[in-house]
Write a protein that binds this ligand. Structure first.
Ligand SMILES: [Zn+2]
Length: 294
């Protein structure tokens, strides 16, 4: 696996530690951004982490990561992480969908389900075969659902979606519902806010232990009984935060039969990483025991 982090840094705060010519500088004033592609083994990565840790959190403006696998690694994988594309708006709540917040965690609210139909605006649905809203409502085209059944894949149910304007069924689309949440995220998964952080941000962790951090920074390691797991499922834990319409999201997982279906049918709107199986390891950031707070 080859892993490259794409970091956007404030040039004025990093130019004394990064060599001239390292990365690409956008802009020519004090607000210039330096875009670097860097691996964790690069000595400059550690220097950036050190600067971040020393209170200069503003050095980083945004980041992403790309992982490439060999054919052998893909062929040997028993589980994959499913990454969905850029989320669409407006989400269900903005279109009149009602959420039953009492069904979610009483502290962070993660896992709350909507009551009654999912309303969305048809014209804003993705142009791909599968996509998700900013509130993590997953939608698929009819062709995706029919093919999913034809391949005898298991996991979700596909529910109709309704038009915001006239409450009519949106033909040709389904919501991915009731996705089983089976896997436990375990060590050494990194769910810090970003790759430059070296300690967890306790403010992003729910004391109940369901929301375990802001972003999945590393590949995911899980404990799950694969024999019992369906083709497409999710983790018990969530990442993210409730902010405005944004909702916490579990990590989506797929077995090789789902991976093969996506490749053979050329399904658009998702990508894969390898998910690692680590039975029995503990997740240290998870608070064990009963939460007694308010
Ligand atoms: Zn919670």
């Amino acid at each position: 696996m080859k892993e490259v982090y794409h970091l956007r840094l404030r040039n004025r705060l990093v130019k004394d530690i990064l060599p001239i010519g390292f990365g690409k500088i956008l802009g020519d004033n004090e607000f210039a951004i330096r875009v670097v592609e860097i691996t964790r083994s690069d000595p400059y990565f550690e220097l950036l982490q050190k600067r971040y840790r020393n209170g200069e959190e503003f050095i980083l403006t945004s980041w992403s990561v790309k992982r490439n696998y060999t054919k052998q690694e893909i062929g040997a994988a028993r589980l994959f992480r499913v990454r969905l594309g850029t989320p669409f708006e407006p989400c269900g709540e903005d279109c009149g969908t009602e959420y039953e917040e009492a069904t979610g965690c009483r502290v962070c609210g993660a896992g709350a389900e909507h009551r009654g139909p999912l309303y969305l605006r048809e014209s804003n649905l993705p142009r791909t075969d599968i996509g998700h809203s900013i509130a993590d409502e997953i939608v698929v085209r009819r062709g995706f659902a029919e093919c999913f059944w034809r391949y005898n894949l298991t996991g979700p149910t596909f529910n109709p979606i309704y038009q915001k304007s006239n409450k009519a069924i949106i033909e040709g689309w389904f919501e991915v519902a009731d996705l089983p949440r089976l896997a436990n995220i375990v060590e050494p998964t990194n769910v810090f806010n970003n790759p430059l952080m070296t300690l967890p941000d306790m403010g992003q962790i729910c004391p109940v232990g369901d929301t375990i951090g802001l972003n999945l920074v590393s590949e995911v390691y899980v404990d799950v009984d694969l024999e019992q797991a369906p083709s497409f499922f999710a983790t018990k834990q969530f990442t993210g935060v409730r902010r405005g319409m944004l909702r916490e999201t579990p990590v989506y997982l797929a077995k090789p039969d789902f991976f093969d279906f996506v490749k053979k049918e050329d399904i658009r709107g998702l990508s894969f990483e390898i998910a690692h199986l680590r039975p029995g390891s503990n997740f240290s950031m998870q608070v064990v025991g009963e939460y007694r707070g308010g």
